[in-house]
Design a protein around this ligand. Structure first.
Ligand code: GAR
Length: 204
């Protein structure tokens, strides 16, 4: 069966990458195949996860290439070289330019650790999202997977899952629960859904 070649872009631990790799191994991602893991951080643990799964890696390190345009050009070339059909941002901490997002219009998705439109946009990433949710006192938060366009966290929503905030939560405990109960569940499902959509678009 024809599969969409998927690139996963990560900056840190890569637990969302792991959830995608596990879903692929379990056969629940069948319409796509992770062909490349890209990082803007040479010491990201996500790169070790990729190597363990025998997936090719590409690094455009922020320290080595501080100019975002240069990193984007390097990444763009790596994606084209491998015929990537879907780009997945999974904890990728660079906000991509409009030129880059246009290239992958409806072929790039992102996972965000809140129920968009709450706690999203520039400055809301990683633990900061959960700090803001706790500071506001929300009782329910969650995660969102959305298409990426030129507006940071503003593209069409594909999937969301709510998670309850518990008494005594810290940003760290909340982050962990949102990952386990929401991100690792909806991201692999969204990858399969979007790869399926892209495959049927190829056929028509
Ligand atoms: C995840 O919680 C992801 O949703 C978040 O960073 C974490 C990466 O963890 N992404 C953002 O905040 C993007 N705005 P991981 O490297 O273990 O997947």
């Amino acid at each position: 069966m024809n599969k969409i070649r998927v690139a996963v872009l990560c900056s840190g631990g890569g637990t969302n990458l792991q959830a995608i790799l596990d879903a692929q191994a379990a056969g629940t991602i069948a319409s796509g195949e992770v062909s490349l893991v890209v990082s803007d951080n040479a010491s990201a643990y996500a790169l070790e996860r990729a190597k363990a799964a025998k997936v090719a890696t590409f690094v455009a390190d922020k320290k080595q290439f501080p100019d975002r345009r240069v990193r984007e050009e390097l990444i763009s070339a790596a994606l084209e070289e491998r015929g990537i059909g879907l780009v997945v941002l999974a904890g990728f901490m660079t906000i991509l330019s409009e030129a880059f997002t246009k290239k992958y219009d409806m072929r790039m998705i992102n996972v965000h650790p809140s129920l968009i439109p709450s706690f999203c946009g520039p400055g809301f990433y990683g633990l900061k999202v959960h700090e803001a949710a706790l500071a506001r006192g929300v009782k329910v938060t969650g995660a969102t997977v959305h298409y990426v366009n030129e507006v940071c966290d503003g593209g069409p929503i594909i999937a969301q899952k709510a998670v309850c905030v518990e008494e005594g939560d810290t940003p760290e405990t909340l982050q962990k629960r949102v990952m386990r109960e929401a991100e690792w569940v909806i991201l692999p499902r969204a990858v399969e859904l979007v790869c399926g959509r892209l495959l049927s678009r190829e056929k028509s």
